[in-house]
Write a protein that binds this ligand. Structure first.
Ligand SMILES: [Cu+2]
Length: 462
């Protein structure tokens, strides 16, 4: 649902207060739409200007704009937001226009763009347009290229989107705090020719991470590495929508990383190429096939592939702790520990206590009593049972016969008969093992270590 927050009313103008935008200017500010839902919004078709193929922001939305005297005008409002990370957990974050991440901005190569930024945070901020080629004074680095935007003030940025590609925006002011609170957004500059780099489905996502103590709502912003919530567009599995593609659709997924560590992003069932970075498009001759690509901190990777394999394919960060949620990270390993009866005994003292399994400790089926407002470490149900996932995990659903523009969840895949791994109930084949070692080999070869003498420097005599 998109609300309209008008700044044309007297109250709106008063709220802005004295700012760098003059009173006359404030009266002409474009409205700042607000999004209140964490559902994936339909792609926003261009309402004017040059045509382009809009992107889909997974569990996010695109910022509407207005054309004024040939300039595309946007209005971002930096403000505290409440973001649902997944059903059962909400977080007090900072973001833009009602959400974290902020809305995706889409423009066309050559567009002159004017972005009003109103600061409703309790401290100063700025916006850096990561990857853009622009006048230095529009680069948004507090102290270096501009003063901070003080609370209540509005600044205006203006530049030409000079080259097509995949970018992002984020504060360059009190960054540790503001990015750890979720302030970031995606930016796509489409090519002038909509047929260039055209794909059938174009998904965008930003990776961010949070450290939110189970039972609380606000991230600990001084955390440097030990985050407990690894998110795609400030959502975690099972709160992430699936990415949907028709059979043989050409698909692009653009992934930007604004966390404090790298994320090897892995897609099942397909091979892809890295077709672009935040530096631009990769020449075709310089691409190679991959199934995992590492997205380093502050990097953008646009991967492309043909969705030629029907099914429900996992898409996730390959660091296993990044596909887990907050609850239960600080527990000891109990593989091999016989704790029969321990839980019962402790339960008499601490009702609801559970011990992790001693046979590998799969926690997917454990229905632990959780503190208020957190998520189990592994969760989500699939057609065959618990998925035991969380964090940076979602599903690419490839289906035959999907209409262009249909992004609805098609449900779980119906596998053709005989194509699913199954329990073997026949006679098991004899197990083979390595040939028995001979008594001589079992005794081990004589080990003759040769120590270098004083005149022997690693066997090289002088
Ligand atoms: Cu990761």
């Amino acid at each position: 649902m998109t609300n309209r927050r008008s700044f044309l009313t007297g109250a709106g103008v008063t709220m802005l207060g004295a700012s760098l935008v003059s009173k006359a200017g404030a009266a002409t500010l474009p409205e700042a739409p607000v999004h209140t839902s964490a559902a994936t919004a339909a792609p926003l078709a261009p309402t004017g200007g040059r045509p382009y193929n809009p992107v889909v922001t997974l569990n996010g939305w695109t910022l509407p704009w207005r054309m004024k005297d040939g300039v595309k005008e946007f209005h971002l409002v930096a403000e505290p937001v409440v973001r649902e990370l997944a059903p059962g957990m909400q977080a007090n974050l900072w973001g833009y226009n009602g959400q974290s991440p902020g809305p995706t901005i889409e423009v066309v190569e050559g567009d002159r763009v004017r972005i009003f930024v109103t600061n409703k945070l309790p401290e100063h901020t700025s916006v850096h347009w990561h990857g853009q080629l622009l006048p230095c004074g529009m680069d948004g680095v507090t102290g270096l290229t501009q003063p901070g935007i003080q609370p209540g003030k509005t600044f205006v940025y203006e530049f030409v989107a000079r080259h097509a590609g995949t970018f992002m925006y984020h504060p360059h002011a009190d960054e540790m705090q503001q990015m750890a609170m979720g302030m970031m957004g995606f930016w796509v500059t489409h090519p002038k020719n909509p047929r260039q780099h055209a794909v059938d489905r174009d998904y965008v996502m930003l990776l961010s991470s949070y450290d939110i103590e189970p039972g609380s709502y606000t991230p600990r912003t001084n955390t440097m590495l030990d985050f407990n919530l690894w998110t795609i567009n400030s959502r975690v599995f099972p709160g992430l929508d699936p990415m949907v593609a028709g059979l043989n659709d050409k698909v692009r997924i653009r992934v930007g990383n604004l966390t404090m560590t790298n994320h090897p992003i892995h897609l099942h069932g397909h091979r892809f190429e890295v077709a672009g970075t935040d530096g631009g498009w990769v020449p075709k001759s310089a691409r190679w096939p991959e199934v995992t690509t590492d997205v380093a901190v502050g990097q953008m990777r646009a991967i492309e592939f043909v969705a030629d394999a029907p099914g429900d394919w996992a898409f996730h960060c390959h660091k296993s702790h990044h596909t887990m949620n907050a609850m239960g990270h600080d527990v000891p390993t109990l593989i091999g520990v016989d704790h029969r009866g321990v839980a019962e005994k402790i339960n008499k003292l601490v009702p609801g206590y559970m011990v992790m399994g001693d046979k590998g400790g799969s926690m997917g089926d454990m229905k632990m009593a959780l503190p208020h407002n957190t998520l189990p470490m592994m969760s989500g149900d699939g057609p065959f049972g618990g998925l035991e996932m969380g964090g940076m995990f979602t599903v690419l659903k490839v289906r035959d016969g999907l209409k262009r523009g249909d992004y609805r969840d098609p449900g779980w895949y119906t596998h053709p008969a005989g194509t699913v791994a199954r329990e073997w109930t026949g006679e098991a084949p004899a197990a083979t093992s390595a040939p028995a070692a001979s008594p001589a080999a079992a005794a081990g070869p004589a080990l003759n270590a040769r120590k270098p003498g004083p005149k022997d420097h690693g066997g090289h005599q002088h």
